[in-house]
Design a protein around this ligand. Structure first.
Ligand code: BEZ
Length: 258
């Protein structure tokens, strides 16, 4: 499993949970509700849900993320759990949740069917599932450059392992797994990266699903080569020596039917 650098995540990539505020506005957590936050990371959005008066549990597959979330928010329950296998038992609950929330996490889990089975089981009938993650075409320039750099340096073509479905694909999956799709948005969200090494840093933070187990020196070369390849694309602003990542979001509101 990808090992997360929680400090780098919180310091240089704080936009992940800043943008997540918009998804919280869609969730509209209410006082007294029970809510599960899937892929809670360091727990910042989980804490916002708690502040709204909801009773929230955050789960994440990364032990480092869960440890950091517990340190930052000791009053909230965080559980290390895999979103493809978890159940009410995993989070020590008897009653299903009023809502399941997830921000910027589901693209790490190609087994989307298994995730939806779990979400369905954890929600009460009529309960809402509000999620945002990368949609089809997400970070396409960056992924293409990284793949090209891997090919040049390692001599192997290695596709990445992200899950970025199209709106049609994900909506039909939701329907197949017992949800009604109330709303779906699919939109570009160009995202400014910090510093003149923005692509190298992004790949350092998020390259887990792109890089195979290669040694650190080669990995560094690949990141720098990918950044060089991207200088001739719209992602790079030569005047300011800054980068914008080509994020594409898929945001959904669905309801468990029965
Ligand atoms: C995203 O939030 O879209 C994302 C983050 C890291 C890697 C890939 C996608």
């Amino acid at each position: 499993m990808h090992k997360w650098n929680t400090a780098l995540y919180d310091n240089s990539h704080a936009y992940v949970f800043r943008f997540g505020q918009e998804v919280l506005e869609v969730l509209k957590p209410q006082s007294g509700e029970t809510i599960l936050d899937i892929g809670c990371g360091t727990g910042h959005l989980t804490s916002c849900i708690a502040q709204a008066g909801a009773e929230v549990i955050g789960i994440d597959a990364s032990p480092d993320m869960v440890r950091e979330a517990r340190r930052l928010y000791p009053q909230i329950t965080f559980v290390e759990a895999d979103a493809t296998t978890c159940s009410l038992e995993t989070v020590s609950r008897e009653q299903p949740f009023d809502a399941v929330f997830s921000n910027a996490a589901l693209h790490w889990i190609p087994r989307a069917e298994a995730v939806l089975e779990c979400v369905h089981d954890m929600l009460k009938p009529g309960g809402r599932f509000v999620a945002e993650f990368g949609g089809k075409g997400n970070v396409a320039h960056i992924r293409r450059a990284a793949r090209q750099a891997l090919l040049e340096i390692l001599g192997r073509d290695i596709p990445d392992r992200f899950y970025f479905p199209s709106p049609a694909e994900y909506a039909s999956l939701l329907e197949r797994y017992g949800f009604r799709v109330d709303a779906l948005w699919y939109f570009d969200r160009p995202t400014p990266l910090e510093g003149s090494n923005g692509i190298v840093d992004w790949l350092e933070m998020f390259g887990g699903a792109i890089f195979p187990e290669i040694d650190a020196t080669v990995r560094q070369q690949v990141k720098h080569r990918a950044q060089e390849l991207l200088r001739s694309t719209p992602l790079y602003n030569n005047d300011s020596d800054t980068w914008i990542a080509d994020y594409v979001r898929l945001r959904i509101v669905a309801r468990r039917l029965t």
